[in-house]
Design a protein around this ligand. Structure first.
Ligand SMILES: [Zn+2]
Length: 248
């Protein structure tokens, strides 16, 4: 094993309370495209921001069209080696929380309990009423939408229904951000995995861990703006690297 991987394995062995922070890079290995990357979907299709979604029925229709166009890819995606390595550390009791910028639900699919996954950008595998928060399943939305692109409304309060994600221009979820910052400040090791660490405020989370006295490891294919704060930076493939240090 090379020296950097040995150091990584040792940091994990010596920690009791690890917080995982993940971004799109871990899920691209499951075939989920990184929308923000150069050439990604958001370069071709300008993201619909939250105020537009609220104001315009056509924007809402366009947003559901895109959602259902992506659905075959998303619904087939399975957790990969990287997700499974994290879940094996979780089963060993090493992980106190998984904070993720991803909206794909793959950490839960890998065996992390719902209550231990903090989704700072929400979740695209179901929908929610923007007024009362009632959950609505995608199958139900799709059935309604398939009839002449009828927009779904909440069964309880007739409010606007949207995927349970955080859009551009939508405020960050207060409770999730509070839980994420508490988890980061109280861990002894934070692993930032597959995130370019440029989308604020979520990218502040690794720094909160450092301020709380934790060690910081950044595993990402490219350099990040927080590399200078990290105790160890690994520019390597994610799944393979995690699998080798967790001995999967
Ligand atoms: Zn409602």
């Amino acid at each position: 094993m090379s020296a950097d991987l040995e150091e990584f394995a040792e940091l994990i062995d010596n920690s009791q309370s690890i917080v995982i922070f993940t971004g799109a890079g871990i899920s691209t290995e499951s075939g989920i495209p990184d929308f923000r990357s150069p050439g990604g979907l958001w370069e071709k299709n300008r993201p619909i921001d939250f105020s537009e979604f609220l104001q315009s029925e056509e924007a809402r229709r366009e947003s559901w069209r895109r959602k259902f166009a992506m659905e075959p890819v998303l619904s087939k995606a399975k957790p990969n080696k990287g997700h499974m390595a994290i879940s094996s550390l979780y089963e060993r009791g090493k992980i106190s929380a998984v904070i993720t910028q991803n909206i794909d639900g793959l950490h839960q699919a890998s065996g992390i309990r719902d209550e231990d996954v903090i989704e700072v950008h929400g979740n695209t595998t179901y929908a929610k009423c923007l007024d009362c928060g009632a959950r609505m399943e995608l199958a139900e939305v799709e059935e309604i939408f398939s009839k002449a692109e009828t927009l779904p409304t909440c069964g309880k309060c007739e409010g606007i229904v949207k995927t349970a994600t955080i859009s551009f221009g939508q405020s960050m979820p207060v409770e999730e951000m509070r839980r994420a910052s508490t988890a980061a400040r109280s861990c002894d090791l934070l692993l930032a995995i597959g995130s370019s660490l440029v989308v604020y405020p979520a990218a502040d989370i690794p720094l909160m861990a450092k301020q709380g006295g934790a060690e910081l490891v950044i595993l990402n294919r490219e350099a990040t703006p927080l590399d200078a704060y990290a105790d160890l930076v690994l520019n390597r493939e994610i799944g393979e690297t995690l699998a080798s240090v967790t001995k999967l």
